[in-house]
Design a binder for this molecule. Sequence first.
Ligand SMILES: [Zn+2]
Ligand SMILES: [Zn+2]
Length: 363
Amino acid sequence: MSSFTSTSDGVRAAERLRPTVRVFELHGPGAIRVGHRPLPPRGALLRVETTGVCGTDHHIWAGKIEIPLPQLLGHEVIGRIERLPDGHALVAPGPLAVGDRVLIAPGVPCGDCAGCTGGDRCLDRPCYGLTMSGNGLTGGFAPYMTLLPGTRLFPVPDGLAAERVVFAEPMACVLSALRKGFGPRYVPAGLNGLVLGFGVIGLCAAVAIDAAGGTATVVEHDRTRRELAAALGFETVASVEQAAELAHERDGFPLVVDAAGTPAAFKSGLSLLGWSGTLIEIGNFADLGEIAVSPSDICLRDLRVVGSGETFYEDFAPAIALVGSTAVDLTRAITDVHRFDALGDPAELFTVRAAGKAMVTFS
Ligand SMILES: [Zn+2]
Ligand SMILES: [Zn+2]
């Protein structure tokens, strides 16, 4: 437990002996600072191995998504169980033991809402790194995390590289979106798809299309990201106009995934679909305004629009399996690795936009 430090002067001796953990606290848009929080003396605890930096973290840091403050960011968390008391109330597919390598599902059932008490799906899931304010260890950009009762844990094979596992949480989001569109097969076999935007969500969508035997075509105007997509084996174009030429040749795309996250991309996605095509909207997580669309176009061309904000627990294990098995070399998409102990100013995580995936490591 070498990451623990003692609390500052001016506290009672007993308090001084209590170990604390270095954390990055967000206090407002652009205001993230190093802090120290007490290590909880009891309860289930995770020793964090790797935490992915998500586009959502960037939006929150910039103030585009409002959350309660102060907040510890980081919700794409891989680690090992450090402490596991009897009656821990964690939820996992099998028995848990200290030392197990796991991925957490960031949402935790609240235990109180109508979904929790009567149904089987929490309607008000608090989420590590997004909605849990207070003084706890509730974010993944810290060497230890509290595992609250009800947290879902998914086993991660010891031999699977963290550079692959770190894609599992965003992949689960993508698989849930595809499940909403096509059911538990995620993507129909051999279905070709157009992916708007090659951030991490776009990358995961392209991998899922590839895994089902289809061709994924990526639209990305940023040259570095487009070159990354090509290096990973995907067909690429630089603009919606070029994608429209392809759509014209191919009678439209049967599947478009909007992972670009702008209202304009949503509208473009509709126009690039073929008859009875499906648009999966998994990009507009921040409200960037409105755009005019023609409902008759959706009606007359039998289009389907599937939005997806919620990630289902049942998609985490398939996501871990897919990031482990895909022939796409995901490790090449890791472009920024930050060692937590070496990060003097946590703002470094958010002021630079990674070309691929960024992650924070702990050791
Ligand atoms: Zn995320
Ligand atoms: Zn609930």
